[in-house]
Design a protein around this ligand. Sequence first.
Ligand code: FES
Length: 160
Amino acid sequence: MTTQVSPKRSRLDPEPMPRRDWLGLGALWAMAVSFLFATVGMMRLPKAAVLPSPSKKFRVALPETLAAGEPFVPPGRSVALFRDEEGVYAISTVCTHLGCIVKPAADGFECPCHGSRFAPDGEVRKGPAPKPLAWLKVSVSGSLVTIDEGTTVPQGTKVA
Ligand code: FES
């Protein structure tokens, strides 16, 4: 009777890993990578994905050549600024019907969406707008005017 002696393996020549173990190891790595990506994705969730809206309070310099009763609309804002002998005032250009931006016209404001017309002081001349345009809080310091789009004031409020 002969006995078969298995060749002794050294540490430098380990036994080859079976294919089934390779597949298990691959699945384990795939799961670890998935958890890593999921964790990174969850850490990003609390951050806002959009830019914050611009502040409702802003400051502008009125043009020196602005005539009395002539509107000045700062770029990117929904406000018309006026200056006359009684002071400075701001009227919102957001239509009170459905929120379109009204355009200054020769005799006040007109809405391009549904045709509402407003007087120079914001009063409704022609519907469907139900309410006058809002007057906004302004404060003047030197040549700069600060407008608070979030605060309305009674119609006719002017700041000297
Ligand atoms: S939104 Fe201005 S008239 Fe409708």
